[in-house]
Design a binder for this molecule. Structure first.
Ligand code: NDP
Ligand code: AKG
Length: 426
């Protein structure tokens, strides 16, 4: 069953991640001869787990938090996907994000399925010790569902390498042996991979570079605005800055900074270095996050939260091209407007896929107990990103579809073939 997105600005637009993900699946399926049963199967998660996580606060009071883990599809391998700590985490969002992980792993041809999870919490309101206790308890609650060959979590918004180290330690203590492969995105000293933290932003940079070259733009003349200056946004901005592009605006949750001559992105402290410092940076102009999205730039990179490009602002977007750094920043209605306006949108499931790709490298390193050099990680990431980009570009040129549809077609073909080959129906 296909559902149309809301189209007019007057129509209220409250699209959950799972609704967006289903619409995108249906659009791709319409271009392919995929068994209806497989498409219907992919509209639903395999399993969704909900848990209550008790936490003793530093002042001795007790509080209950809700956590989720969604497993979408595991036909190509163990479930894989991040863990988000954010007050807006919901079951629906976890399911939608787990669907995107299934497509993302397939586009990159990684032997993983899709998962995602999180805790409904504002991590900025927790002390480090509270965050550690919450993570350890969440890991214990998740233990029956996860494992190096079952489901391998990773960082997402609000979690970082330190969180992954606690998670791995809590799991390993219960298993009675160190299991570095249960989670990726760890610090290198405990089995993490060099380059994993920078990888999603780096891949956004690599894919933006390829798109700039595809359209024969001059890299040095290309202007870029980036929303969000965390793991994804800061690394994407710095990669493109180093490439010679002019990054004119970046933002954090409090607002944006703008310099029409280009910012020195290495001088701006990112979310991990000092949260909230972006909007405090001494730049020629300050903007709101909404204004950043409407700047007249060549490339807009939303790299913070979902659903920021909607029917309400899509007609005001002045960028020539959008490269999605965040997961699900564009609603279906906005996507339709961008298509009508000829604005190319390079989707999240390829652009930020460097994160899960280096997670795969980390998992291989953990299983083999062998560390790769940073140069090797970055070389292999470059190779994998180009392989995926070329596959998507072929579909884009052959079928005359949007970049998003082309990317989904690559993913869905691989997933459907795996289902056909394994035999979906008992
Ligand atoms: N980390 C990863 O491995 C991957 C992450 N992603 C996706 O990328 C996106 C960002 O994740 P990540 O970089 O890890 O997150 P981080 O937590 O590292 O950084 C998020 C950034 O976005 C800013 N931000 C938060 N809320 C808002 C808001 N309402 N408006 C504007 N800016 C905001 C934060 O500001 P402040 O510093 O002030 O809090 C911070 O600069 C998410 O959609 C995530 O799912 C995708 C692939 C991999
Ligand atoms: O590295 C991973 O396993 C997943 C990262 C993630 O959550 C994402 O790509 O959205």
């Amino acid at each position: 069953m296909t559902s149309a997105p809301p189209t007019s600005e007057s129509e209220p637009e409250e699209e959950s991640a799972v609704e967006t993900a289903r619409r995108q699946l249906e659009r791709a399926a319409a271009h392919l001869d995929v068994d209806d049963g497989i498409v219907e199967r992919l509209r639903h998660p395999t399993s969704v787990y909900r848990m209550t996580i008790p936490l003793e606060r530093d002042d001795g009071t007790r509080e209950m938090f809700t956590g989720y883990r969604a497993h979408h599809d595991g036909v190509r391998g163990p479930y894989k996907g991040g863990i988000r700590y954010h007050p807006d985490v919901t079951e629906e969002e976890s399911v939608g994000l787990s669907m995107w992980m299934t497509w993302k792993c397939a586009v990159m041809d990684l032997p993983f399925g899709g998962a995602k999870g999180g805790v409904v919490v504002n991590p900025k309101e927790l002390s480090n010790k509270e965050k550690e206790r919450l993570t350890r308890r969440f890991a214990e609650e998740l233990r029956p569902m996860i494992g190096p060959m079952k489901d391998i979590p990773a960082p997402d918004m609000g979690t970082d390498p330190e969180t992954m180290a606690w998670f791995m330690d809590a799991y390993s203590m219960q298993e009675g042996q160190t299991e570095p492969g249960v989670v990726t995105g760890k610090p290198p000293v405990v089995g993490g991979s060099y380059g994993r933290e920078e990888a999603p932003g780096r891949s956004v940079g690599i894919i933006t570079r390829e798109a700039i070259d595809y359209y024969d733009w001059d890299r040095e003349d290309t202007t870029v605005a980036v929303q969000g200056f965390g793991s994804v946004g800061a690394n994407a901005a710095r990669y493109l800055d180093d490439l010679g592009a002019s990054v004119v605006a970046v933002s954090d949750v409090n607002g944006a900074i703008y310099d029409p001559d280009g910012l020195d992105t290495n001088d701006v402290e990112d979310h991990d270095e000092t949260p909230g410092m972006v909007s405090g940076y001494d730049a020629p102009q300050s903007l709101t996050n909404e204004e950043l999205l409407e700047l007249d730039v060549d490339v807009l990179i939303p790299a913070a939260i979902g659903n920021v490009l909607t029917a309400e602002n899509a007609n005001n977007v002045n960028a020539e091209m959008i490269v999605e750094g965040a997961n699900g920043p564009t609603t279906s209605a906005a996507d339709q407007i961008f298509e009508e306006r000829g604005i190319n949108v390079i989707p999240d499931i390829i652009a930020n896929a460097g994160g899960v790709t280096v997670s795969y490298f980390e998992w291989l390193q953990d299983i083999n107990r062998r560390k790769w050099r940073l140069e090797r990680v970055n070389e292999e990431l470059e190779t994998e990103m180009l392989r995926a980009w070329n596959a998507v570009r072929s579909e884009y040129e052959a079928r005359d579809v949007t970049w998003r549809d082309a990317t989904y077609i690559v993913a869905l073909e691989r997933i459907a073939e795996a289902h056909e080959t394994r035999g979906l129906w008992p």
